[in-house]
Design a protein around this ligand. Structure first.
Ligand SMILES: CC(C)(COP(=O)(O)OP(=O)(O)OC[C@H]1O[C@@H](n2cnc3c(N)ncnc32)[C@H](O)[C@@H]1OP(=O)(O)O)[C@@H](O)C(=O)NCCC(=O)NCCS
Length: 174
């Protein structure tokens, strides 16, 4: 579990499947993600069981569920390890009514700290579609560096890539 002044980040549980489905079925939320809308709680449960939880078990990292201090679920944020590329990716996705209040940046900052200080990672990347201004703003607020187009055939829409190293993170925290 990770804590910030306004947020609590927890490992996902199956109880969150209905919230995940609500989040992932909103066309505005998934507009710039390349995902298709989730249409059932079963689908959300499968993602939690088969994608989210194994990441925590194998690599001690994953997409955390993000809660306000009053216990309201607002979305997810966290790290994901892509073993085939040996790369750790920061991602975030919040319910629309919680956009624009600095939550994604706050949650991401504690995930970067966890990645660098606890997991001792050397570099963390993040990707976004060029049209996704809010996401790009988050990467910039985290002092990540723009690295151009992400040349990966698994990202069909041409995502742009940012990254930050452990040394850069340490310098920016001061
Ligand atoms: C991307 C996302 C997580 C950002 O969450 P958030 O909590 O609103 O982010 P923050 O408030 O921390 O920062 C967003 C910044 O972008 C700015 N912003 C948002 N939309 C903008 C726009 N259209 N033009 C200019 N700036 C914009 C905000 O003003 C804020 O900057 P500021 O703090 O300097 O005012 C949220 O929009 C979301 O869930 N989107 C859908 C899922 C998604 O696209 N995820 C990323 C995939 S790469």
């Amino acid at each position: 579990m990770l804590e910030t002044s306004r947020l609590t980040l927890k490992v996902a549980t199956l109880q969150e499947a209905p919230f995940m489905m609500e989040l992932n079925s909103d066309p505005e939320v998934i507009r710039y993600t390349g995902d298709t809308p989730q249409s059932s709680i079963l689908e959300a449960e499968t993602v939690i069981k088969e994608r989210l939880l194994p990441q925590f078990e194998k690599y001690r990292m994953g997409r955390f569920s993000v809660y306000l201090k009053d216990g309201t679920y607002i979305g997810w944020c966290g790290l994901r390890f892509f073993s085939e590329k040996n790369e750790v990716d920061l991602g975030y996705r919040l319910m629309k009514k919680y956009w624009g209040q600095g939550y994604a940046s706050e949650a991401s900052q504690i995930c970067l700290k966890y990645g660098f200080e606890t997991l001792k990672l050397k570099c963390i990347i993040a990707k976004a579609m060029p049209e996704n201004i809010a996401s790009i703003k988050v990467m910039q607020k985290l002092y990540m560096t723009f690295r151009g187009f992400h040349n990966d055939p698994t990202d069909p829409q041409g995502f742009i890539r940012y990254d930050i190293t452990a040394d850069e993170f340490k310098r920016c925290e001061k």
